[in-house]
Ligand binder design. Sequence first.
Ligand SMILES: *Cc1c(COP(=O)(O)O)cnc(C)c1O
Length: 301
Amino acid sequence: MWNTPIQQIESNIFVKRDDLIPYSFGGNKARKGFLFFEEIDRGNYDCVITYGSSHSNHCRVISNMAAARGMECILIGPEEVSDLTYNSRFMELFGAKIITVPVEQVHDTIENTLEQLKKDGKNPYFIPGGGHGNIGTEAYVQCYEEIREYEMKNNVHFDYIFFASGTGTTHSGLVCGQIKNGDEREIIGISIARKNPRGRNVVIESIREYMPEAPENVIQEKTIFLDDYTGDGYGKESTEISDTIKDSMVKYGIPLDSTYTAKAFFGMKKHIEKEQIKDKNILFIHTGGTPLFFDDAEKMI
Ligand SMILES: *Cc1c(COP(=O)(O)O)cnc(C)c1O
């Protein structure tokens, strides 16, 4: 249990600070990464391999955890998004081997690299991009339990939970936690890139994989994936988003980034307005990405 702080920033808005998980600038990739490495540490792996762009929080965290163990780390990324960022600087600092290929070759490159490693007598562990899979989902079932614990201790009930939804297991973990406990509330993932129906379907597949016993109608009802606030797609900016970043830093002292958390925070505000949500307690999960905030700050300030 991390029990990251939950702070009240407005009369009805609270923020759970997963960005403050005390490892490598925190975030949901740290929460997931710890669980992946629990499994890696139990096996006799000598190498970890994963996928992500030069902006990837996941690749930064995984390469940090590997470096701490003196373990080889191979990162495969798309050439199209391979510019220098704070995350990519850290991947280099951690000594990760970075292979960039055109995006359509990523899948085969992963397969071929794994095969070659095994031929060389290595025992690699593969982590899906973004920390996808049941382990990633489990990380956010645990986060959901922390939220429930906070509610009981502080005698509050969050009617809504908002967060940035990307590869889907932050979302699936929270919904699985809700289904397990039978709680009444709306858990709303704000898509940062994918559109419906695909984006929502990926979340649903992760829920089914983790909780095969969950009734289909319940899964359908509880999975709310809003794709109205993706902007131009992954990592693209707009003035609305840069204003959101500046406002949050000025008003709350909380850094947001243009790829994930600012989009989600902006989308949450818009949704509250549009649906005229009043007198409800709202929890925003800050999923991290602090190095991305500094990339944004360089352009904004
Ligand atoms: C990866 C990421 C997300 C999205 O999480 P998923 O589990 O991939 O949906 C949200 N916020 C930040 C800061 C991230 O790095």
